[in-house]
Design a protein around this ligand. Sequence first.
Ligand SMILES: *[C@@H]1O[C@H](CO)[C@@H](O)[C@H](O)[C@H]1NC(C)=O
Length: 260
Amino acid sequence: MAGLILNNKSMALCLVLVICGFGLCLVSTHAELQRFGQPAKTDGTLSFLVLGDWGRKGAFNQSEVAVQMGRIGEKLDIDFVVSTGDNFYDNGLTGKQDKAFVESFSQIYTANSLQKQWYSVLGNHDYRGNAEAQLSQQLRKIDSRWLCLRSFIVNADVNLGFIHYIQANNVDFYMNGHDHCLEHISDTESPIQFLTSGAGSKAWRGDIKEQNKDGLKFFYDGQGFMSVQLTQNEAEIAFYDVSGTVLHRWITTKLLHSST
Ligand SMILES: *[C@@H]1O[C@H](CO)[C@@H](O)[C@H](O)[C@H]1NC(C)=O
């Protein structure tokens, strides 16, 4: 499963995004992973969009979702975008020259606010094609936003007060794609939040699996994406549909829990 773990425990002063590709989360340890530094804004806040399961040359609402990402990206002044995998449908890229890269990525996510670093990992559909092509430096020459690895870590220096709060409260966010929906599940026995953003174009609509999950806070089987905002006192997660309407918002506030 393509996944992204927003984990606060491994470094005292940094927010750590561990981004793992298909099947790699279980085997990888932090030490082995390549690290990238992602500076926060000068006020210590950080925001980004999370998208999965998208590359369809604009069809199947991919372009519509992209337009709304551009709008929300502008509004939140995002710092980067995370792609959780299944980047190019149906069978990944055929090679470094595959036009699908430009047709499904460069020519689709054209908004100003999306001209940021994209951190991408591979999904199972990507492995059906030439996975090495997606990982190659060649694509970065075509579009410098693209950074795709099997898995890696993004260190982000965000506001310390908030990090201390999520450390003290052991809050972890597990974000993944692959399941073609938008979903938020709160673990019933811990503060862990499971967030799925796998609906950049491919969606389950009309093909819903039986829903019987404890802690399910939100489920949507149409297309859309997710935003994450980390500010001084809170973390805010929001899910949007094709028209950019907020379908679900979840906020965890430092002040609500803090004893000081
Ligand atoms: C595009 O999105 C709309 C609104 O959610 C939906 O009704 C429609 O079926 C979607 N189209 C495709 C091709 O997925």
